[in-house]
Design a protein around this ligand. Sequence first.
Ligand code: CAA
Length: 285
Amino acid sequence: MSGAPIKSVGILGSGIMAGGIAEVVARAGVRAILRARSEASATASVNGVAAGLARQVEKGKLDASERDRILANISTTTDLAALSGCDLLIESVVEDLETKQRLFRDLDAVTNPSAVLATNTSTLPVVEMAKVVKNPERVCGIHFFNPAQVLPLVEVVRPVTAGDETIRRAAEFVSTIGKDGVHVLDRAGFIVNALLFPYLNNAVRMFEDGTASMADIDTAMKGGCNFPMGPFALLDLVGLDTSLSILETLHASFGHENFAPRPMLRELVAKGRLGRKTKAGFYEY
Ligand code: CAA
């Protein structure tokens, strides 16, 4: 596999993470092509990026010319074949293994064989995506945190199948876009989610038990640990559907009851209260 620097990145998906990743890539002067299944969702995602940049211009934190440069580096498509010239592909679609595997098969057929194929999965085994492509050496995880524009960390995940050159190029890319990369093996939850989600789940248990109110648990963890947000605000930020699926995967992998999703989380998801993105989760927005 050629070790050429990464000059253009295809981003698959149109959710909060895909838009955030596109912005980070474009800000670093690297071309970002955002591919969604429909033109409407691709446009909505880029409009979200544009709105965030406009707020920064209003606050005087970003020049209008810099905003224009970032936006000019982002294009959209619905056609997978339009990603054939990309050096790196970052999949950030729904956390469903079959959907991701289908996409990896399709990407394998249309992308340059020297391109790195990465997944932004939070907890699914990266090796399961590597398995479906002809050359599994070119597959790894590049896992961003929400909001991707703000949080400095990116986990570079190495499945057993990955080539050293793939991991080297992924780590180099992470550093090019100004993020702090850490290396981790392909275990459920990698570093951050494996440690974070038992804590978030136990906060829900504490509220269910009647030990304290949600607001007081949030205040306690902010004031007592200097965390930027309490657990309920963070669950609402991550999305309760995403949180539920992360806990289910962690529970299936490790079996410990700390990972078994709490009933209240399941109930809120069943009611369609998915957090900030639906304007209601543990809190109302
Ligand atoms: N998109 C873009 N920028 C955002 C943003 C967003 N969604 N939210 C906040 N920002 C920016 C703001 O514009 C602001 O930028 P400036 O300083 O340049 O103006 C900056 O971030 C700080 O924001 P605020 O002043 O509005 O608010 P804050 O100081 O309370 O920060 C926060 C908000 C960045 C979200 C902060 O509370 C935080 O870091 N919370 C913890 C988030 C966290 O732990 N995320 C990890 C979740 S786990 C995960 O993502 C893994 C997974 O796989 C699910």
